[in-house]
Design a protein around this ligand. Structure first.
Ligand SMILES: [Mg+2]
Length: 127
């Protein structure tokens, strides 16, 4: 029997991590739903936060149909509750600060992008 792993609070950044934002649209990064679903199914908390604010985070989740996996949406605030254990972000400074995984900036639609799935795999370890 394997040791139960502790539940983690996993925070996804919005702009250039989960989505490629433009003035007119918002393109979801490939693998976003599956990455969230896998993290959630493993018993972890899935959160979305953005410097654009809580409402922007909520709208992004609604717009892309991510609500089934997301436990909360927040402004990107240092004392956010629950505290982040792992963040996924395109800003290395924040990844250094909070701990987590850096992704490249998603700045153009790319159906071959697999970075969110790769990060989920690294968080969850081998299946
Ligand atoms: Mg970002």
């Amino acid at each position: 029997m394997s040791e139960p792993r502790p539940s983690l609070n996993v925070y996804f950044d919005v702009d250039h991590t989960l989505v490629y934002p433009t003035q007119a649209a918002s393109a979801l990064r490939p693998g976003a739903r599956e990455a969230m679903a896998r993290i959630k199914a493993a018993g972890h908390g899935v959160y979305v936060w953005s410097a654009g604010g809580q409402t922007y985070s909520e709208r992004t989740v609604e717009r892309h149909g991510l609500g089934a996996w997301v436990d909360g949406c927040f402004d990107k605030h240092p004392r956010v509750d629950p505290p982040p254990d792992v963040i996924i972000d395109d800003d290395w400074y924040l990844v250094e600060k909070y701990g987590g995984y850096l992704v490249s900036q998603y700045k153009a639609v790319n159906e071959r992008d697999r970075e969110l799935l790769d990060v989920a795999g690294r968080i969850l370890g081998p299946r």
